[in-house]
Write a protein that binds this ligand. Sequence first.
Ligand code: UDP
Length: 479
Amino acid sequence: MGWEAPPLHILLFPLMSPGHTLPMVDLAKLLAARGVRTTILTTPANAPSLEAAIELAQRSYQYPIELHVIPFPSTAVGLPEGCENASSVPYYQHPAFMTGVTMLQEPFRRVLTKLLPDAAITDWFLPWTFNISEELNIPRLVFHGISFFALCAHASLLFEQLPTDEDTITIPNFPRRVELQRSQMPDETQMHPVFTEIIRQIAEWEPKSYGVVVNSFYELEAEFADHLRNVLGQKAWHVGPVSLCNARAEQQSRRGNKPAIDGEECLKWLGEKEAGSVLYVCFGSMGTFTEAQFRELALGLEASGRPFIWAVKKCRDEWWPERFMARMEGRCLILRGWAPQILILNHAAVGGFVTHCGWNSSLEAVTAGVPMVTWPFFAEQFFNEKLLVEVLKIGVAIGAKQHTVVPEQRPLITAAEIERTVRRLMDDGEEANRMRSRARELSIMAKSAVDEGGSAYIDTQNLIQELTNRRTMPNSKSQ
Ligand code: UDP
């Protein structure tokens, strides 16, 4: 019998937050389906939900996805024991959480030294993984989990001194003219030093990394993918939409945390509604509101006249408008906690999505062919809104103006504005019909991209091939 090379082994290290972990677990599944050995690095409290997701996928793989668990120093940074996920930490404790994350450097080094994978794909919020990987001559690839559009915008704005007194900013050196209000951009002067240091490290080490793996598909944002590669000189692979690897209803309803509703029950509720009539409302894993905004949203959804599913993360009983539940009986499904989002978005009854424009949610809606009401809060969400509304033309903006993690700092969006925007998206007018048909076309393209021979399928193969070839090169370097 001839000697057979061991499979390519890739270590994946996501930041512990659903928006970062879920797509990287999907990426691990995609790689495993192509015969790659994969190991996901996480912490004890995050392991159970990953185990569940992986278990459902395992059967078809030659090499099972492995989980490697390292301890998280919650109490050392002042967080409660077992508090190991950004989504379970209030925004004012995010600096403590990130301090804990940066303390994972030594455990990461030990794991890397022990496993010696062929490559490490790590979250962009873990820039120090570059140095450690380089010491061991292991290529580090960055996973941002954001769009090409946002990657290009970040790169263009990184070294720009943003004017504080101008209302509008045009993104410099960008493939097309895109304007944002100054208030829709982060205010660096308000940033906690932990984040300032992470941003500094990203700016220094990310360009030295081996390349970027992007959860998007080429046809969706070709001009920005080309710009990133050809103008900004960034090596990148487009491998998305990665969520499409969850083909079975069982996988879709168990992706992430334990859902607040049984998948079957959710499908039954949706099955009783007309095609395209239901609005799905969810603001990702971290979207929170003030009481006043929460009430306006409830009243706006009521006034829209549409059936809706609303994934409510944090609210108190007294926040609900009086007799709201009684009036909405049969018309709405309130999920107090985690929604089986992909299952919902892909149901024929769902015709619109009110979203905070997190990239995963945005891309999942694109993939399902669902147009959106866009309501960004922070991070790169305002860039995603621009892409959805102005470039792809499958979204209507609610009119959010303030980039902030603090709900109290956001100007109130009234019930009347919410009603108006939802009606614009869901009615039978020409604009809404155009958005719907564009969303349907993009959904078809998304699915073709990951099918055999599609753009994402091929680029995933290119990535695997390049890393495999690199193994056999004498003195191969980490970059
Ligand atoms: N998600 C979900 N159910 C929820 C909330 C979120 O399944 O109730 C998933 C959603 O499908 C997406 C991820 O969590 O894959 C959230 O990522 P995104 O980038 O949209 O937002 P973030 O939570 O990072 O702000």
